[in-house]
Design a protein around this ligand. Structure first.
Ligand SMILES: Cc1cc2nc3c(=O)[nH]c(=O)nc-3n(C[C@H](O)[C@H](O)[C@H](O)COP(=O)(O)OP(=O)(O)OC[C@H]3O[C@@H](n4cnc5c(N)ncnc54)[C@H](O)[C@@H]3O)c2cc1C
Length: 383
């Protein structure tokens, strides 16, 4: 057993740490709560990203990217998450965001959707959630009914991030109400300017995202814009869901590392009642707990990534890193906020933003209770 990172990954980690410290952390105060400025950073920093050699690090080699393995991606995700200068959910600084589902496209759909997204010419959103189908997407009501060489989509999706800005949506709809999750749900590529499709509302949240509601009123989509075969919607989602959960864990590690840095350095400078905060047991204990959590999460993450890269089943590991990471990183932000007193609430420091973002992570892409339910089914072998 070898607990050392390979030399090239140690180098990657060092270079990224310097990049984040030098280029991103100093811009946090100007970009906080300004999504446009956060997005503009990608353009501003492109020459520096090229110097790092990380452009399209997660695009597979066959599509012109670096195709980094999962362990390397965990390093990238965790290092870049030490800063609040970038949007919490879209780490697009090293390339244009490509939904992994798009890599399953073939023929015309690949040429007209995947490749333009990789080149930054088209953008997309992911439309699965509905008012009565969030944690349980199989309960969705949106339907797609075949009509000759088209499907006709009807229904309402909600909480769809960036739906008001993108060129097309990856929409999931019921094609067989009897089968539902077991082969009855299908994905489609729907251009946002298709007649009958309307962005009807957006939600003002405690995080920067403004997800929208989408109404489909007899929206006609040609058969070639179907994602894979009919009924394969959930199969495609499953193929990349482990990677998304590991990404959550990696983000949590970066957040915890920064919170620990901030908390420990403040506790060593700030004196109350004649002693440094770092000398008080009630301040030492949360800091030591964060330190232990960081170590646990790092071991869990590297193990999950190692299994992923070997092609082993890592579903259990992916559940664990998301649950543990989301919860403990939120707790770390909360405790470090407390250590900072009033300054912890200030937008001059990144802590309040970490606090808000990590709170939201416990709900999105699998609420922690739902993941525990799924983990319990696996480890207890129950329904
Ligand atoms: C910022 C943001 C961005 C989003 N972006 C997108 C997007 O781009 N595309 C998209 O399709 N969706 C998106 N969503 C939707 C997101 O995936 C859902 O909000 C999430 O799946 C939870 O669904 P829900 O809100 O309907 O909560 P519900 O499913 O109603 O659950 C509510 C709560 O009940 C509890 N719970 C639920 N089921 C169980 C259970 N079995 N056991 C125990 N407890 C349970 C959990 O605590 C959960 O938080 C986004 C949401 C947010 C907040």
């Amino acid at each position: 057993m070898d607990f050392e990172l390979p030399e090239e990954l140690r180098l990657l980690k060092d270079n990224l740490r310097k990049f984040v410290d030098k280029e991103l952390i100093p811009r946090e105060r100007e970009t906080v709560n300004n999504v446009q400025l956060q997005k503009d950073l990608q353009k501003d920093l492109r020459p520096k990203v090229d110097e790092l050699g990380l452009w399209h690090y997660d695009v597979p080699e066959e599509f012109g990217g670096l195709g980094l393995g999962m362990l390397a991606k965990v390093i990238v995700w965790s290092e870049i998450s030490r800063t609040t200068a970038l949007p919490a959910r879209y780490l697009s600084i090293f390339g244009f965001p490509v939904s992994p589902i798009l890599y399953t496209l073939e023929g015309r759909a690949r040429d007209e959707y995947l490749m333009p997204v990789i080149r930054g010419e088209k953008t997309s959103c992911f439309a699965q959630t509905e008012a009565d189908a969030g944690s349980d997407p199989a309960a969705m009501r949106t339907t797609a009914v075949r009509d000759g060489d088209h499907y006709v989509i009807n229904g309402v999706k909600r909480f769809i991030t960036n739906a008001d800005e993108v060129d097309f949506a990856q929409v999931f709809a019921v094609t067989d109400p009897e089968k539902r999750a077991r082969g009855g749900i299908t994905g489609f590529l729907v251009d946002m300017n298709t007649p009958g499709l309307k962005v009807s509302a957006s939600y003002d949240l405690m995080v920067d995202d403004r997800p929208c509601e989408l109404v489909f009123d007899n929206v006609r989509v040609p058969v070639w814009k179907r994602i894979g075969n009919e009924g394969e919607g959930f199969k495609h989602a499953q193929s990349w869901i482990n990677s998304g959960r590991i990404r959550h864990g990696a983000r949590s590690l970066g957040v915890m590392e920064r919170c620990f840095e901030l908390g420990s350095s403040y506790a060593k400078q700030r004196k109350t009642f004649g002693a440094y905060l770092a000398e008080r047991q009630s301040v030492q204990w949360p800091l030591t707990d964060i330190y232990m959590d960081m170590h646990k999460l790092k071991l869990m993450l590297y193990h999950a990534a190692w299994k992923y890269d070997r092609g082993d089943d890592c579903r259990e590991d992916a559940f664990m890193v998301k649950i543990f990471g989301d919860e403990r990183s939120f707790w770390a932000a909360d405790r470090v906020m407390q250590i900072h007193g009033g300054m912890g609430l200030s937008k001059e420091l990144p802590i309040e933003r970490f606090f808000r973002d990590q709170r939201s992570m416990m709900i999105t892409e699998g609420a922690v209770e739902v993941l525990r339910m799924a983990l319990a089914r696996m480890i207890l072998n129950v329904r």
